[in-house]
Design a protein around this ligand. Structure first.
Ligand code: TYC
Length: 107
């Protein structure tokens, strides 16, 4: 049975009602590399080349920024990609027994 809108005059017949769909962009996440006193500089450079596709020069520059400032953003990704990068770096560092720390935070 049809719902009764209280008028019998068919005034709404053929009237299209558009609902606007607001599509939110997925949030992005910064991947951060933290300084420590023990991880060798060359290891950090290698990590940046291997997991973040940087050239040796780019990687060296970012490594030095982390070394001097304590932290740097090494990339911005979707949640899933950021999580994967953090996992890869933490895994690789642990396997080589370096205390290197990599985290992510919402942009
Ligand atoms: N501070 C380290 C050293 O002097 C080098 C280093 C740079 C470590 C960046 C971690 O994310 C890092 N050997």
């Amino acid at each position: 049975m049809a719902a009764d809108d209280g008028n019998d005059d068919d005034s709404d017949a053929g009237v299209a009602v558009k609902t606007r769909t607001r599509t939110k962009r997925p949030p992005l996440y910064k991947v951060l590399l933290l300084n420590d006193d023990y991880t060798p500089m060359e290891f950090v450079v290698h990590v940046l080349e291997r997991f973040f596709g940087m050239t040796h020069a780019q990687a060296f520059e970012i490594m030095l920024t982390v070394h001097k400032k304590g932290v740097a953003v090494v990339g911005v990704f979707s949640h899933e990609i950021a999580e994967t990068k953090v996992g890869q770096v933490m895994d690789f560092a642990r396997r080589h027994q370096h205390p290197l720390q990599c985290t992510m935070e919402k942009e």
